[in-house]
Design a protein around this ligand. Structure first.
Ligand SMILES: Cc1cc2nc3c(=O)[nH]c(=O)nc-3n(C[C@H](O)[C@H](O)[C@H](O)COP(=O)(O)O)c2cc1C
Length: 216
C-alpha cells in the first residue's frame, strides 16, 4: 500500500470544485502527526485554511501560484522552533517516561539539542523534522485519492530578506517570531487526470556501495 502511494503520488496543481472533507483533512493531518522526529520533539504546527480570501493572500505570498487559491483547503506547515525551548522539550520527554537525568543530559548536549547552537541550527533541524510529517501527509492524500502539491516557494524567513513582506501573513496565521511558515500543502481533487511521470535521477547516480561512486 505504501509502495502504491509512493509510486502513484504526483504533484497535482489543477483542481475541480469538489470539496475535500474535514474528515479527510484530519486523516491527512493525523498521518503527519504520526511522523518520527528527533527525540520526539514534534516541532510542527499545522493551520488549515479554507477561507477564500486567506487562500488568495497565501497564493500571492507564493508568487501567485494558482493551486493555492484554487485548492479546496491549504494546510500551512509551520516550523515551530519554540518546540525546542527547554521547558517544552522537557515536557515531551517526561511524557515519554524519560527520567530527569536523561532529560538534563539531552537538554545540555549540542548533539541532541540544536537550540544550544543557535537559531540557524535550530531552524535547520526543525525543517528536517517537518519533511517527514509533510511527506507522510502527501502519501495519505494520495491514498485517499486527493491531489496535493507542496508549495515551498512562499515568502518567509528562508526565502525573503525583507520581513515586512511576510509579517502580515504571519499575523494572519497567528505565528510568533519562532514560528515559520515553511510550506503549504494544497489539497483538492484533480480536474483532469494526468498520468504519473516520475522524472528522477538514475538509481546508480544516487546510490553507492560503501563509498560514493561504487555501484550497489
Ligand atoms: C520542499 C518542496 C517545495 C516545493 N515547492 C513547490 C512550489 O512552490 N510550487 C510547486 O508547484 N511545486 C513545488 N514542489 C513540488 C515539486 O516541484 C515536485 O515535487 C517535483 O517537481 C517532483 O514532481 P512530483 O511531485 O510530481 O513527483 C515542491 C516540492 C517540495 C518537496
Amino acid at each position: 500500500m505504501v509502495l502504491n502511494a509512493i509510486t502513484n503520488r504526483k504533484s497535482v496543481r489543477v483542481y475541480n470544485d469538489r470539496l475535500v472533507t474535514d474528515e479527510d483533512i484530519k486523516s491527512i493531518l493525523n498521518c503527519g502527526i504520526m511522523a518520527p522526529s528527533w527525540v520526539n520533539v514534534q516541532p510542527w504546527q499545522f493551520v488549515v485554511v479554507r477561507n477564500q480570501e486567506h487562500k488568495d493572500i497565501l497564493s500571492q505570498a507564493a508568487g501567485g501560484q494558482k493551486q493555492v487559491s484554487s485548492a479546496s483547503a491549504v494546510i500551512c506547515c509551520i516550523a515551530d522552533m519554540s518546540a525546542w525551548d527547554a521547558d517544552k522539550f522537557a515536557k515531551i520527554m517526561e511524557k515519554q517516561g524519560r527520567n530527569s537525568q536523561t532529560i538534563d543530559y539531552i537538554l545540555s548536549s549540542t548533539m541532541l539539542n540544536p537550540s544550544l547552537l543557535g537559531e540557524y541550527e535550530t531552524l535547520l533541524r526543525t525543517v528536517e523534522q517537518m519533511s517527514y510529517a509533510i511527506g507522510y501527509m502527501t502519501l495519505r492524500a494520495e491514498e485517499l485519492g486527493i491531489g496535493c502539491c507542496i508549495v515551498g516557494a512562499v515568502s518567509n524567513e528562508l526565502t525573503t530578506k525583507d520581513k515586512n513582506t511576510f509579517v502580515s501573513i504571519k499575523e494572519m496565521l497567528g505565528l510568533n517570531e519562532k514560528q515559520v511558515l515553511l510550506s503549504m500543502l494544497t489539497l483538492g481533487y484533480e480536474k483532469e487526470f494526468m498520468p504519473v511521470k516520475k522524472s528522477r535521477k538514475d538509481f546508480d547516480e544516487v546510490v553507492s556501495l560503501e563509498k560514493l561512486g561504487s555501484k550497489f
